[in-house]
Design a protein around this ligand. Structure first.
Ligand code: Z5A
Length: 203
């Protein structure tokens, strides 16, 4: 029986997740709650090695999807489940919705194969809540151009990110009780305000 809460954060690249996860982490810690901050791909020593390959090396979409799930299996077993069993709040920058959005929505990978991997690796584990930072690819690209050089995913076309965004919105519509959608084109402080107002109902 898991006592903690598993919250995931999703959106296209440059949506501003990092800034807002910082704010939620601070807010939860102020309330005396244990927070485990993590990310995908990554979150474990093996996961970080897989992340380096995924962001840099060219590979087919099947290999890419399997590597995301390999990183996820390690992450679940060694980080997420132990933390939830202790009663911690796990804040993960991306999880399986990203595979449906990027590999299925963006790269046309077969969703039935992702469902099989999801069942194999996660069993019944699903996020308690997922915050979707929704933003147009144009605004997100402007932000990233100011911030840093593009990695393998960030170098994809606008059309790719349009498909990824649509796939996220489609998932949010299908699981409306799990998703909280924020308009990520707003000023950071107004996004934080919306997020923390919503988070009050999660405690
Ligand atoms: N991926 C996948 O394909 N399949 C999967 O299953 C999983 C992942 C799990 C991980 O890279 C990549 O893997 C990701 C999807 C893929 N694609 N990429 N790239 P990552 O972890 O390095 O990338 P990310 O998750 O997109 O993180 P990010 O690029 O750092 O984005 P962010 O956290 O959403 O944005 P940010 O760093 O908070 O902000 C970006 C810039 O905008 C920065 O300069 C901020 O100061 C600025 N910013 C933030 N908020 C605002 C607002 N509100 N207004 C104006 N400017 C802002």
């Amino acid at each position: 029986m898991q006592k903690g809460k598993f919250i995931t954060f999703e959106g296209i690249d440059g949506a501003g997740k990092t800034t807002q996860i910082d704010a939620l982490e601070f807010w939860l810690r102020e309330r005396g709650l244990e927070v485990v901050r993590t990310r995908e791909p990554g979150g474990t020593p093996l996961g970080e090695k897989i992340r380096a390959m995924l962001l840099a090396d060219d590979m087919c979409v099947a290999a890419e999807t399997l590597l995301f799930f390999a990183s996820r299996a390690e992450h679940i077993e060694r980080v997420i489940v132990p933390a939830l069993e202790r009663g911690a709040w796990v804040l993960s920058d991306r999880f399986t919705d990203a595979t449906y959005a990027y590999q299925v929505g963006g790269k046309n990978f077969d969703p039935a194969k992702v469902e099989m991997l999801e069942t194999l690796v996660q069993g019944a584990l699903q996020p308690f809540k997922t915050v979707l930072f929704d933003i147009s690819p144009e605004i997100a690209a402007q932000r990233l151009a100011r911030a840093r050089a593009a990695d393998r995913f960030e170098a994809e076309s606008r059309e790719f990110f349009r498909r990824v965004r649509e796939a996220y919105l489609d998932r949010a519509q299908r699981s409306a009780e799990r998703f909280f959608i924020v308009d990520a084109s707003r000023e950071p402080h107004s996004i934080t305000e919306a997020l923390l107002t919503e988070a009050q109902s999660w405690i």
